[in-house]
Each structure stands twice: as structure tokens, then as C-alpha cells.
Design a protein around this ligand. Sequence first.
Ligand SMILES: NC(=O)c1ccc[n+]([C@@H]2O[C@H](COP(=O)([O-])OP(=O)(O)OC[C@H]3O[C@@H](n4cnc5c(N)ncnc54)[C@H](O)[C@@H]3O)[C@@H](O)[C@H]2O)c1
Length: 337
Amino acid sequence: MDNKMKYRVLVVGCGTISHEWFPVLKKRPDCEICGVVDINPEAAKERTATYEVECPIYEDYKIAIDELKPDVVVDLTFPKCHHDITVYALRSGCHVFGEKPMAMNREDALDMLKTAKETGKFYDVLQNRRFLTGVREMKEAIRNGMLGDIWMTCCEIYVNADLSGGRNSLTHPMLQDQAIHSFDTARFILGCDATTVYAHSYNPKGSPYNGDGSGACIFEMQDGSVLVFNAVMGTSFLKTAWHSQWRVIGNRGTMTWNGFDDHAVCELMKEDGTIERTNIEANWKGIAWHEGAIDEMFTDLTAGVISEGSCYNNYGSVAMEFAALESVAAGAKVEVK
Ligand SMILES: NC(=O)c1ccc[n+]([C@@H]2O[C@H](COP(=O)([O-])OP(=O)(O)OC[C@H]3O[C@@H](n4cnc5c(N)ncnc54)[C@H](O)[C@@H]3O)[C@@H](O)[C@H]2O)c1
């Protein structure tokens, strides 16, 4: 892309998460929002007014793509829409940057990967938790061998209910909507994929969710370690961050990150046999959260580089979700594929 050119971006979906995208897209010098789509035109009108975007508003993404021919389609709709919008946009010659989770089932996700490959267009999935200091610190400590061989990683979420955005229409809101953040973070910090999972999901008595808002999964990872995930959504007490609280145990030490404070903490055995506790301070100086993830997408697109958020990488995270759902249905340990 020429330095002076701007990507013409079509935003599809003006719900809650669009508040994270509009300010970033607005301030990027390499972007111009050329159109906005929502099946609810009032939502689109409200967002364009709030963020002072002057562009046409559409209710049908196909008409918007056909008429505007954008360079990039940003898909911020419900997960059940991601497949159709992404495939249509890719086949129309657009790159797609979308929200997690990629799709509701493996067949759709694989079709999206196949379409991205066939069209040669970029399809990236936003995973904002990778752009947090604590997550970068955990990754760095594991990568540099501080903890030795990794034995076990545990991530836990205990949070209030989030019934916005159609979540309460999902049969397994915890596994279908929320878990992917922790699954993706685990793959990111450990640097490997999951091979098997045994999962149990449930809806506690009195839960505000209609579907299963709680559950636990045990994954076997490619590096031989075990990942334990435990989530209860809909509790108001002694809550964790939505990023999970983390514990990673290796043969040389243990690291924790509470998901709130900036620094992960590590305990290691010193040569004299005493235990030393230290904050881990990674050299990461990247841009945090959505802005960091969006910056990576555009920077890598311009450079022609397949980014960390590419669908080819992200499939490993959504595959954990699909396998966990299959394990719940089968009541058995299943392969992650
Ligand atoms: N990365 C994160 O931290 C994070 C946080 C929240 C949500 N999300 C993800 O963002 C996506 C959107 O979530 P949300 O909370 O903003 O949901 P939401 O329900 O608030 O917004 C979705 C919007 O999309 C519109 N829409 C639905 N189908 C459409 C279609 N076919 N064409 C055009 N518009 C359509 C809806 O009218 C609505 O305005 C989901 O995939 C969700 O998982 C990510």
C-alpha cells in the first residue's frame, strides 16, 4: 500500500464492542471508514454520530460490500453471523478483521480458513488479551525457561453475569463466548496447541444464564503439560478478572498473575535452598488491548505478513472451544482437531 493511501474500511455491527473499534479506526492515519452496517439502523446512526463518522449507513452487508467495494470489512456482529459475512467479504475481494470467536462450529471455521486461502485475502480474528502486560510477562517467563519444564497451567474465571449481546440465547455461553479468551491466552503463553480435552459444563441453580454459564476443562498440551480451566459466570463474590487468574507451575518455580495487577509474580528456588519471590517485568512496550491488536492487523496487512491474529493461528484456539463442546456432549475425553 502506498504511504499516502488509506484502507477503506466497512464496519459491520454497531453493538457494545464497536466502542472499542471506532475510536481506534478513527484515529489511524491509514484508515478511512467508508461505510457502516447494522441490521438495526438506529445503532449505526448512534455510532456514526458519537464518533463523528460521515459515511453511508446500510442495513444489508452484501449491498454495502457490493456498492462500496471496501478494502477491509470489520465484522463486529454476533458470532453466528461471522461465517457468512466473512466468506462473502473475502469472496468479494475484501480483507476481513473480525471479533472472536471465529465461528460457532468447526465446519464453518474450516470453510472460512479455506476461503481465506483460496482468495489470498487476510482474515484476522481479534484476541485483545494477548495485548496485556501480565500476559506478555507470563509468555516471556515461560519462553526464557525461568520456570523450567512446564507441568501445569491453571486459569480461572469467577465473574458476574454478562447477558448482553445475545449471550443468553447461547446453549453454552461460557464455552461458546467467553472461554476462547483464556484458551487463546494459554496457547499464546505456552507457545503450543492443545491435543485433547475433557470438559464438563453446567448451569448452577439460580444462575442468571439460560444456558450453561459454568464449566471446567482439562486439556493436554503439545508440550506435555496440562491446562486446567475453571469458570463460573454469574457470581458476584470475590470475583476474578475476565482475563482469568493464572498459575503456571514448572519444575523450577511457580508463576501467578491475578489478571488485575500489571505484573506477574514468580517464586523460584535459589542456590542456597531459599525461595525467592520476584515480580516479572517483561520488556514489552507494545500498544495495549484492542488498539494493539488492531494495530498489528493493519501493520501486518501493509507488510504482507501473516499476523498472530490470522485465522490460521486463531483456529487453534477456536478448535479448543469446539472440542470442549464435543467433550461435554460425549461425556468423554476427545481430541482437539
Ligand atoms: N474481544 C473482546 O473482548 C470482546 C468483548 C465483547 C464482545 N466481543 C465479540 O464481539 C462480537 C459482538 O459482540 P457485542 O457484545 O458487540 O454484541 P452486540 O449484540 O452488542 O452487537 C452486535 C451488533 O451486530 C448487529 N448485527 C447482528 N447481525 C448483523 C448482520 N447480519 N449485519 C449487520 N449487523 C448485524 C446487531 O444489530 C448489533 O448491533 C461478538 O463476536 C463477541 O463475541 C469481543
